[in-house]
Write a protein of this length. Structure first.
Length: 156
């Protein structure tokens, strides 16, 4: 039986040793945390599907979403929907890595939201997101991709 969790926070980071993107969901909640690993081939399949999905369901609602910017003092400028990751909690509560095998998108017409389900063999993490939140999460994941070393264009 799969463990089901509600995804409240997403923390992507490139894992150089594994050569994969680690997506820590609920990184500071030991009981509800999962560390998914996303392979290069999975990334190459996921982002074109996500782009098609966003155009199909949210074409009129999309506002440009900016990733957190760093000012000249090296401090992140934050908006209300993002926050800095506590690096000590990220490592302290680290779970066993689970290979991400599927991401499902379901559009809820009534609320104009999307239910996103991240799945591994043993865990399912679900989030309900509006267009801007969905775009923001995947923009931040995209920024963690090592484009040059993976031989991928930044226009993925």
């Amino acid at each position: 039986m799969k463990k089901n969790i509600t995804a409240l926070s997403f923390t992507p980071k490139y894992d150089e040793l594994e050569d994969r993107i680690r997506i820590s969901i609920n990184y500071d909640d030991f009981d509800n945390r999962v560390d998914f690993m996303m392979s290069r081939s999975f990334v190459l399949k996921l982002f074109p599907i996500l782009d098609d999905y966003m155009l199909k369901f949210y074409e009129m609602d999309l506002n440009p979403v900016q990733a957190p910017q760093v000012n000249k003092e090296g401090v992140f400028k934050q908006d209300k929907s993002t926050s800095l990751t506590d690096g000590s909690n990220l490592e302290l509560y680290k779970q066993e890595d689970e290979l991400l095998i599927e991401v499902k998108f379901s559009f809820v017409k009534k609320t104009k939201t999307t239910i996103v389900v991240f799945e591994s063999k043993s865990t399912q993490a679900t989030a309900r997101l509006d267009a801007n939140s969905l775009k923001q999460i995947f923009t931040i994941i995209k920024k963690s991709i090592p484009f040059f070393s993976w031989g991928i264009s930044h226009n993925l």
